[in-house]
Design a protein around this ligand. Structure first.
Ligand SMILES: *Cc1c(COP(=O)(O)O)cnc(C)c1O
Length: 394
């Protein structure tokens, strides 16, 4: 039987988010009445084009960028691919990429494939992270060479929420004449961003991670940055991305960005306080539990906690019986329980990596929900540990 939204305690906002009701309202006219093609010459189409431009402005405002620097795409993954492949094409003589060991699969798997499958001899440096998930800037500096075409480093990690100093890194790359891309899918709407004041060339964001629909994204391309499109076709987006625009979703994304700007303070006060209450409550009451990721250099909404000697997937199944939604850092792939590449890169011990749970909150979470999880989870962990052959009590 279906589970209704009002029955759910949704703490998996880094996986996807609820569409804000205001966003649905803004979209509806473009799914019903205003169905014209934004590229058409007549007013019935042109007014749709104007709605796209309004959204472009709202998105640029949240990013501290110019509307002309916003290119609409189908998702965060497309934006990531577009930026990296463009940089390789505009730098035909350079074959080196610098990234990290903890990127989202949208960047990680593209880099892996570039290294193994393309005719050109691409090589990739994947920067390691410390035990708390942070990067070493000196090591980053030393990784750059005359052959480096692009650096792609995420702004905020989707599993741990750890923030990377991308503004500083972009400056360092620029001094070497190297393009800089950041996957900011998890950062946009949660922390203040002023692209104008940075040396970042490309930035990716995704609608469904900030209360807009799935299937719409943006690639920010700094004015003057060399760029070659990924999707060729019509003259949409001034020739920077072919294909008729996903109008309603783009209008929704614009509204979501305006809302995010309004709610940024709440995200960093009320949501952060809820996250801290949840985190401290769990760490304080459940023995052998530990935080994965730097305690302060982190998004306000994310807590990744390991419960030693239990399986994350077992915890999730028990939480599911109470309609609590969260994620686990281990996935049962091909029969073997493999901890996530992010936790492995941080060197989280085997016994802890298997029992990691990511809680990611949003402005829609309440204190009652946090209290319910705090009242429920210790019992679940104790029950599972009682069944574990490795658990010897506390
Ligand atoms: C979700 C996510 C993506 C992918 O975005 P889609 O719109 O789902 O393609 C990329 N990077 C990060 C960090 C993400 O969290």
């Amino acid at each position: 039987m279906a589970v209704l939204p009002e029955q759910v305690i949704y703490m998996d906002n880094n996986a996807t988010t609820r569409i804000a009701p205001e966003v649905v309202d803004a979209m509806m006219p473009y799914l019903t009445q205003f169905y014209g093609n934004p590229s058409s010459m007549y007013t019935f189409g042109g007014q749709v084009g104007q709605a796209l431009n309004k959204a472009r402005q709202e998105i640029a405002d949240l990013l501290g960028a110019e509307p002309g620097e916003i290119v609409f795409t189908s998702c965060g993954t497309e934006s990531d691919s577009t930026a990296i492949l463009s940089a390789l094409q505009t730098n035909p003589g350079k074959n080196h990429l610098v990234t990290t060991k903890v990127e989202h699969p949208a960047v990680k798997n593209l880099c892996d494939n570039l290294e193994s499958f393309t005719g050109r001899k691409h090589h990739v440096t994947r920067l390691p992270v410390a035990a708390d998930g942070t990067l070493d800037l000196q090591r980053f500096k030393e990784s750059l060479t005359d052959d480096t075409a692009i650096v792609s480093v995420m702004w905020a990690n989707n599993e741990t929420g750890v923030l990377f100093p991308v503004e500083e890194m972009a400056e360092i790359a620029r001094e070497r004449g190297i393009l800089f891309h950041t996957d900011a899918v998890q950062a946009v709407g949660k922390i203040p961003i002023k692209l104008k004041e940075t040396a970042i060339d490309f930035l990716s964001l995704s609608g469904h991670k900030l209360h807009a629909p799935k299937g719409v994204g943006v690639l920010y391309v700094r004015k003057g940055t060399p760029y070659i499109p990924f999707m060729n076709g019509g003259h949409q987006e001034h020739g920077r991305r072919g294909g008729t625009e996903n109008v309603a979703s783009i209008v929704g994304l614009g509204r979501a960005c305006a809302l995010a700007a309004e709610k940024m303070a709440e995200e960093n006060t009320r949501v952060r306080a809820l996250r801290d209450k949840l985190e401290q409550g769990l760490l304080g009451t459940i023995p052998k539990s530990l935080l994965n990721g730097h305690s302060s250099q982190r998004l306000p909404n994310t807590a990744n906690i390991s419960f030693e000697y239990v399986e994350g997937e077992a915890i999730l199944l028990h939480m599911n019986q109470h309609n609590i939604c969260a994620s686990s850092g281990s996935a049962c792939t091909s029969g073997s329980l493999e901890p996530s590449h992010v936790l492995r890169a941080m060197g989280v011990p085997f016994t802890a990596a298997h029992g990691s749970i990511r809680f990611s909150l949003s402005i829609y979470n309440t204190e009652q929900e946090v209290d319910f999880v705090l009242a429920t989870l210790p019992g679940i962990i104790a029950k599972l540990r009682a069944l574990s052959p490795f658990w010897e009590g506390n």
